[in-house]
Design a binder for this molecule. Structure first.
Ligand SMILES: Cc1cc2nc3c(=O)[nH]c(=O)nc-3n(C[C@H](O)[C@H](O)[C@H](O)COP(=O)(O)OP(=O)(O)OC[C@H]3O[C@@H](n4cnc5c(N)ncnc54)[C@H](O)[C@@H]3O)c2cc1C
Length: 413
């Protein structure tokens, strides 16, 4: 065997898996068809639990040192009611960071290399090598190079939502949901923000977060049904969508757009069985979901952690890949279902009532933002006990307000 593990794809899922396995003393090769730094169609909020992992692994400092601002507070505007609060802390982290992918992915590739993994950039995997029904390696080539075969005990597909490895092994898809939404985002200078901003309204979600180089990323997600009309005049439709978000449209027009608008309807919602003889999947190759909840990077970091532990145990003779599958699904299922619901962009009456009920309750806002950040499983907060607690509070608070003669109906409801 040339290696214990070959990892195909070297972004958040692949570089992290390679780093963690190399730190465990395994012989690891990680390849990517691109060279780093390299951008990709993705905005870049790393949610608080993801930040906690980067911190634990000692790579957060490089992200911070490159000038990535932390975001501690979020102003969540649900049209008529605003929840303004901070994230709950998670394993010592209490802020999200939005590093550009050119930065984050490069930091992780460098960390994998420093841990002892061999990194081959500009190397495209073209085929898997099989022996007696088991994957035993890959065939691929460097740009303009000749095809080479490389062998390993296991091949990890960290090659994204259109994973070649997943197709080649026929990884079974399940829990698939139709594409619900498209996304469009870009970067502005002169649009300073002191907190993250999220606008959740019927027909759209908009997120505004500070990133590197004093730029502010403004992201729009809207129902797929509007995509054809949107792409006929992307710039106009994008700004019109921002106009529905308080004064954001005006602020964006007064600011300077520094990069092109990136638009994509390629947002599948799907799980794949993540292991088989001689292969495993991690990151978007294994579970992909709509970008509206900005969870993909954080999921990839968690699953890389789980997979590295499982592969290491398997190499020591303890079967662990089935447990990796179970642990991954248990961790991701609640946020996946929540995300698919968010991507419908049609907040229901219960959701809107909840916002009203918690708007003046900082402790509840923190819990609610914990759900959005992935720190709290959605079903641990969005459940009958919470509804009883907060709607009981609403009734009492509403009664108190009425008694004081200040009862108001939120605008637009
Ligand atoms: C519009 C949009 C916005 C998003 N915003 C956020 C956000 O704010 N926060 C968040 O957490 N997530 C976000 N996501 C999701 C996030 O981008 C993904 O979940 C994340 O990139 C998955 O990482 P990955 O490493 O699994 O795959 P990828 O980032 O897709 O990386 C796969 C790598 O594999 C390489 N590769 C593929 N095939 C081969 C091959 N045959 N040989 C060699 N290399 C190969 C590719 O070159 C690539 O570098 C967003 C997604 C979209 C579409």
């Amino acid at each position: 065997m040339d290696y214990d593990v070959i990892v195909v794809g070297a972004r958040v899922a692949g570089a992290t898996t390679a780093m963690l396995l190399a730190r465990r003393g395994l012989r690891v090769l990680v390849v990517d068809r691109v060279a780093f730094p390299s951008d990709t169609v993705s905005s870049h909020q790393v949610q608080v639990p993801g930040v906690a992992r980067l911190r634990r692994w000692g790579v957060l400092e490089a992200v911070r040192a490159a000038g990535t601002p932390p975001t501690h507070r979020v102003r969540f505007d649900a049209g008529g009611v605003v929840l303004d609060g901070s994230f709950p802390s998670f394993e010592g982290a209490d802020a999200l960071y939005s590093p550009r992918r050119t930065l984050l992915d490069t930091v992780l590739v460098d960390a994998a290399r420093s841990a002892g993994a061999e990194v081959r950039e500009n190397f495209r995997v073209e085929e898997l090598v099989w022996s007696e029904g088991r994957v035993v390696g890959v065939r691929g080539r460097e740009r303009r190079g000749v095809q080479v075969a490389l062998r390993a005990w296991i091949v990890v597909g960290a090659d994204g939502k259109n994973s070649f490895v997943a197709s080649a092994v026929g990884a079974r898809p399940y829990r698939q949901r139709p594409v619900r939404a498209f996304a469009c985002y870009t970067y502005f200078s002169g649009l300073p923000v002191t907190a993250g901003e999220v606008y959740r309204q019927r027909g759209r979600t908009v997120a505004v977060f500070p990133t590197n180089d004093d730029l502010t990323m403004v992201y729009l997600s809207a129902p797929l049904s509007g995509f054809e009309a949107f792409r006929r005049d992307v710039e106009k439709c994008y700004l019109t969508a921002l106009d529905g978000c308080g004064d954001l449209g005006g602020r964006a027009r007064d600011a300077r757009r520094e990069e092109r608008l990136r638009t994509t309807p390629d947002q599948p919602n799907r799980f794949r069985r993540p292991y088989g003889p001689g292969w495993a999947l991690v990151g978007d190759a294994g579970v992909v979901m709509d970008s509206v909840s900005a969870q993909g990077i954080t999921n990839a970091l968690r699953d890389a952690d789980l997979l590295a532990e499982a592969i290491s145990a398997e190499l020591d003779g303890t079967p662990a890949l089935a447990a990796y599958h179970r642990r991954r699904d248990r961790a991701v299922r609640p946020i996946y279902d929540f995300t698919v619901g968010l991507a419908e962009h049609s907040p229901g009456i219960a959701e809107r009532l909840l916002y009203t009920a918690v708007a003046d309750r900082p402790d509840e806002i923190t819990r609610f933002l914990g759900v959005f950040s992935g720190a709290l499983p959605p079903d641990s907060y969005l459940n009958p006990a919470t509804m009883l607690r907060v709607f009981g509070g609403l009734t009492r608070a509403g009664g108190a307000r009425r008694r004081r003669g200040r009862a108001t109906k939120p605008a637009g409801w």
